[in-house]
Design a binder for this molecule. Structure first.
Ligand code: URP
Ligand code: ZN
Ligand code: ZN
Length: 465
């Protein structure tokens, strides 16, 4: 099967140009001007007036994550289908090692969740909850099996939390095996102390979730884990960075030449502490780190993206229904499952609030939603690129189409949207996943189980910069 994307503007991290793109089977085989005149194709997709860009990559999702006595709602079928509708053709989800388990017990569980279910390609990172001699040794094997990154937490004491010595030992191990430590950086014990004081004072509404998690607790933990990584001689990647205090820590380290990297998420660019304030409705916005004050954080994070203090925008997609799940925390915000839906909206929100708003170039937008995630997580140039030999993960993106985000029309399996009623400019008209058109003009054409596990390589962090 040969498909020609004709008459579009190819938009990549490096630049934009008019060209046609020919796909044969699962691969991009030719790029050139007016290819239609010289090549045979079974299908021609007219991309006039549209962008032809690499499929977006969301490197932070949690399908079926166990949290607070319940499970994130989307599974690999509904979650990857929603991702595809939003122009995302690869996700990297977090396999969870629970306390007392081997890493492989966690990985096996995640393969069982994903196999035969995923609609687009997927990889795994490893949440490491139990650092000991055996699991440290097992890390090397996990890296060799195509899962080269490990998320550790300075938050959530008693659940995912690791003390500094465990974090440091895991970093020493990745310094040897070439893997990457991803850090959830918030000072969990300090947060728990403040949260207990607030609840004792009768301050139990979702809003106080945001109050308990001081910005300085994220700034302190971010600076601490970066210093631990420096001491271990390992690169480090800060996940879901939300606030200027943490951004400063990353920027300061990078300015000194430290291999520190960070992502932020749309919720920290476009939602704020105010959203948490609407009585128990605010539970829809409970995630960690929490939503922050709009000023100065939104502008500072966007500047951080522009200046490459932040390299990636992911979603931290972790959806819980308002009814029955978020409601577990009525009367005590500490019991609200943490996480927001977002896998479907990331690309459009960042196009609208970044490119259309004049804050990011379209090339930088492609870079932070696709190309750098591919480079950072060992998938480039197979993914994240419009290039001969790359996987045919291609989006025909209409930069002018407007739509309104709503739970009534989204494809995520969750009963609300954090962006309900928000109008955005830009949308994915055609989405191709490894040679298969999965979305066309709002219609689902994909196949459950088509998505394959991406065995990822150890990344060359010097290519990420
Ligand atoms: O609130 C969040 N972020 N939930 C998902 C788990 C995590 O910390 O990433
Ligand atoms: Zn986290
Ligand atoms: Zn997460």
């Amino acid at each position: 099967m040969r498909t020609l994307f004709a008459n579009g503007t190819v938009v990549t991290a490096d630049g934009s140009y008019r060209a046609d793109v020919l796909v044969e089977g699962e691969t991009i085989v030719q790029i050139g001007v007016d290819l239609g005149a010289s090549v045979r194709a079974d299908e021609v997709i007219d991309a006039s007036g549209k962008y032809v860009m690499p499929g977006a990559i969301d490197v932070h999702t949690h399908m079926k994550l166990p949290f607070g006595g319940t499970f994130a709602k989307d599974d690999f079928d509904t979650g990857t289908r929603a991702a595809a509708f939003g122009g995302t053709t690869t996700i990297v989800d977090f396999a969870v090692q629970s306390k007392g388990e081997t890493l492989h017990q966690g990985i096996d569980k995640w393969f069982a969740l994903a196999e035969g279910m995923a609609n687009v390609d997927y990889g795994f990172h490893m949440i490491m909850s139990d650092v000991n001699d055996a699991t440290l040794a097992e890390m090397d094997q996990v890296v060799a099996e195509g899962i080269p990154d490990f998320k550790l937490f300075t938050a959530y004491p008693g659940v995912f939390y690791s003390p500094d010595d465990h974090i440091f030992r895991a970093m020493q191990q990745t310094a040897k095996n070439g893997g990457l430590i991803m850090m959830h950086a918030e000072n969990g014990p300090a947060i728990d102390a403040v949260a207990a004081q607030l609840v004792a004072d009768g301050k139990t509404d979702p809003y106080y979730h945001g109050i308990a998690r001081y910005p300085v607790f994220e700034g302190e933990a971010t600076s601490r884990v970066i210093k631990l990584a420096e001491a271990a001689g390992a690169p480090v990647y800060i996940v879901h960075l939300s606030v200027i205090d943490a951004l400063r820590a990353v920027r300061e380290a990078r300015d000194r030449g430290v291999q520190a990297f960070a992502e932020t998420c749309p919720q920290y660019l476009f939602l704020s502490l105010d959203d948490l304030g609407d009585g128990f409705n605010g539970s829809k916005f409970v995630c960690s780190p929490p939503l922050r004050e709009k000023n100065p954080n939104w502008a500072e994070l966007m500047t951080g993206l522009r200046r490459n203090d932040l390299q990636v925008v992911s979603t931290d997609h972790c959806p819980f229904d308002f009814h029955g799940q978020k409601e577990l925390g009525r009367g005590d915000f500490r019991k609200i499952p943490n996480g927001l839906p977002g896998v479907e909206d990331r690309v459009d929100l960042l196009h609208d609030g970044g490119v259309v708003a004049g804050k990011l170039t379209r090339e930088r937008w492609v870079e932070v939603v696709s190309t750098t995630p591919a480079k950072m997580f060992g998938m480039y140039p197979k993914k994240g690129a419009i290039a001969v030999g790359a996987d045919a993960d291609i989006v025909v993106y209409d930069p002018n189409r407007k739509h309104v985000i709503s739970a009534k029309t989204h494809h995520m399996d969750v009963d609300y949207s954090c962006y309900e009623g928000r109008s955005v400019q830009g949308g994915s008209d055609v989405v191709m996943s490894r040679g298969m058109v999965v979305v066309q003009d709002g219609e689902w054409k994909g196949k459950k189980g088509y998505g394959k596990f991406v065995k990822r390589a150890v990344a060359d962090y010097s290519r990420v910069v």
